[in-house]
Write a protein of this length. Structure first.
Length: 180
């Protein structure tokens, strides 16, 4: 049986495929979650017309995520650029949902694309933040805690260097100047 720690040992292309498939599930959950939230009924999940729109929207959303480089960044180094990529993809998904429902003449309420975009941002961004938090928590538990003497510029630079290193984690600063 495979453990979660074994996932971190997989080659990078395999990890990318796993994350891509996971994102497909999250985008589907966002799309159909938006429909269920708007219609307040689960029957919309079984409507083939909505599945047709989703089959056009999903590849466009994934193409935007891939083109903007979401799957090139490692989760433990995620920054605000990743959130901008997710926001851009969500807006493209919103426009694609409106466009395809119009051209295919499938009645989707006006609020659904906006709910879909918001859920996409929350699910894609939130899942990445959660994974990043779990990875960082795991890394911090393995580091030795240190206290830095000097809370000035040099102390902050040392703290930054130690934080990104594999051995030490900064617990506190000590300084002669009580204002610092």
């Amino acid at each position: 049986m495979m453990k979660i720690s074994d996932l971190f040992e997989l080659p990078r292309p395999i990890k990318r495929v796993i994350i891509l498939l996971f994102d497909c599930c999250l985008i589907a959950a966002a799309f159909f979650g938006a429909l269920v939230a708007r219609w307040d009924d689960l029957y919309v999940i079984f409507d083939p017309a909505y599945w047709l729109v989703f089959c056009f929207v999903l590849p466009i959303t994934l193409a935007v995520l891939i083109k903007l480089g979401l799957y090139r960044t490692m989760l433990r180094y995620m920054n605000t650029q990743v959130m901008w990529i997710i926001l851009t993809a969500a807006m493209c998904a919103l426009i694609a949902t409106i466009s395809f429902s119009f051209y295919l003449k499938i009645m989707i309420p006006r609020s659904v694309p906006f709910i879909f975009a918001c859920l996409t941002i929350v699910l894609l961004g939130g899942s990445r933040l959660l994974i990043r938090t779990l990875l960082n928590e795991n890394r911090l538990q393995k580091k030795e805690l240190v206290i830095i003497y000097g809370a000035g510029a040099a102390g902050r630079q040392l703290a930054t260097a130690l934080t990104h290193g594999p051995e030490y984690s900064v617990l506190a600063f000590i300084d002669d100047d009580k204002n610092k």
